[in-house]
Design a protein around this ligand. Structure first.
Ligand SMILES: [Mg+2]
Length: 456
């Protein structure tokens, strides 16, 4: 400093003062801030909707997942006047936004809190959308550099009869999808499902099956997996057996041409990468988790699919991760195909399996508020649990009756524990309608205690 002239010293000091003034102007406590730059959260609106399923998902989701119809839409209003939108699928989400999260966000600088995954799905999404709209950039610019112009999307449906699955694959292909993801379950005939479905789509259409552990172990699972891989469309098996069974998963991976996918984190990613027990991951969750797990996948050079589930609002948000994450090259699972309406003015729609990553501000899609109003309901106090009696039947006349127990995966649990007849051809499952009879009530009550088996 001693060598600086007085003039130069004054110049530096005035420069520092200018920087300090600028800093104050951008801090959230500043009063004289131009409105367009005020990022404080002024107000948060919430509305719950119950969006009807399309007919095929309706009759199949009714067995185990009737509650995925409920979604909560968030509107974040910034002090600047900008708004952002998000949603939480209330009973299937990596994190629901609670009242305390909303209280915490009010008055905060949106940029300061938007990476906090603990705020929950709907609020975090709305914060990113509001900030991106105020900066006039698409959300993915807040995630980092854009690495993909377009991103692949998968159609999703729960396990269904073979005829329903074939109809859904046909519909997915008609709507521009090149991938269909569903469940592999011992209570349906998976051979027939694939036989009928693969007739409806070209060879380069992909069908992915999530077994959620129900093949139990490599010894029992492999003969089935080898059978199914004869269809060229079969591309990914997800969690065929418990993910913790590393040796079993290595055996399966080495024995089949089909890719093996695992939910990230179990076993720890470093063990999965070292053991090579799968080909790629399923990654979901908040923005911080998505970006860090996406970076690990890139480091390991392993593909993954993004799994963020909701209506079209969530699907639109998911496209931004697809644009920013280099290894999100397997088709994303957003499940918005389940619903009659995407809640967007312009729906998310792929062409040859891909959707363009949005270029316009925020989500790049506008909410259809007329639709939201149409589906508006009071927020349920807890997850609705309608009475359901299921009948699984086999060609030899054997039947198994299962009733809802209050657990979400009450049927899947039986399959996972091996308490259900293992994959057999001809298996079929239906919901037994409540005809109001004493017989239905008696069987339902019995099945609630323990599955009821009837032979012949
Ligand atoms: Mg899964």
């Amino acid at each position: 400093m001693t060598q600086l002239t007085t003039t130069r010293r004054r110049f530096i000091q005035s420069g520092l003062a200018a920087v300090a003034a600028g800093y104050t102007a951008f801090s959230r406590d500043a009063v004289a801030l131009p409105p367009a730059h005020d990022l404080r959260v002024a107000k948060i609106d919430r509305v719950t909707v119950k969006v009807p399923y399309r007919p095929v998902p309706a009759r199949n989701m009714a067995r185990e997942l009737p509650h995925w119809k409920y979604s909560e839409i968030f509107t974040v209003h910034l002090q600047s006047g900008h708004q952002g939108f998000g949603e939480t699928l209330l009973y299937y989400t990596w994190g629901a936004t609670g009242d305390r999260d909303v209280d915490r966000a009010l008055g905060s600088n949106a940029v300061e809190i938007m990476w906090d995954d603990s705020l929950g799905a709907g609020l975090q999404m709305a914060l990113f959308d509001a900030v991106a709209r105020s900066a006039d950039v698409p959300i993915h610019r807040l995630f980092g550099a854009q690495v993909h112009d377009r991103t692949p999307l998968s159609w999703w449906n729960i396990d269904t009869s073979a005829a329903d699955m074939a109809a859904e694959c046909k519909e997915a292909y008609r709507q521009g999808y090149m991938a269909y993801k569903t469940k592999g379950r011992p209570w349906f005939d998976i051979w027939k499902q694939l036989e009928l479905s693969t007739r409806e789509v070209p060879d380069d259409f992909r069908i992915d099956m999530d077994f959620n552990d129900t093949l139990l172990d490599a010894k029992r699972g492999l003969p089935i997996l080898k059978d199914l891989e004869k269809h060229p469309q079969v591309d990914i098996y997800e969690t065929p057996i418990p993910q913790s069974d590393i040796a079993g998963n290595v055996e399966i991976k080495n024995a089949t041409r089909v890719n093996i996918a695992m939910h990230y984190g179990n076993p720890p990613a470093v063990e999965v990468i070292r053991s090579k027990c799968c080909d790629g991951f399923i990654i979901g969750g908040g923005a911080t988790r998505m970006m860090s797990r996406g970076a690990v996948s890139a480091m390991a050079d392993m593909p993954f699919w993004i799994q963020l589930v909701g209506t079209g609002i969530t699907a639109a948000y998911s496209l931004h991760f697809g644009g920013a994450l280099s290894h999100s090259t397997w088709p994303a699972v957003n499940c918005h195909q389940l619903y009659e309406h995407q809640l967007l003015k312009r729906p998310v729609k792929p062409e040859k399996g891909f959707v363009a990553v949005p270029k316009s501000a925020g989500l790049g899609f506008d909410i259809d508020w007329d639709a939201v109003e149409r589906f508006r309901v009071d927020k349920p106090k807890s997850r609705p649990e309608p009475e359901r009696l299921l009948e699984v039947s086999w060609p030899d006349g054997e039947r198994l009756y299962i009733a809802n127990t209050g657990r979400v995966n009450f049927v899947l649990d039986l399959g996972r524990r091996g308490e259900m007849p293992f994959y057999r051809r001809g298996a079929d499952t239906r919901l037994v309608p409540n005809d109001g009879s004493d017989a239905w009530r008696k069987l339902y009550n019995q099945a609630r205690q323990k599955p009821v088996s009837k032979k012949g």
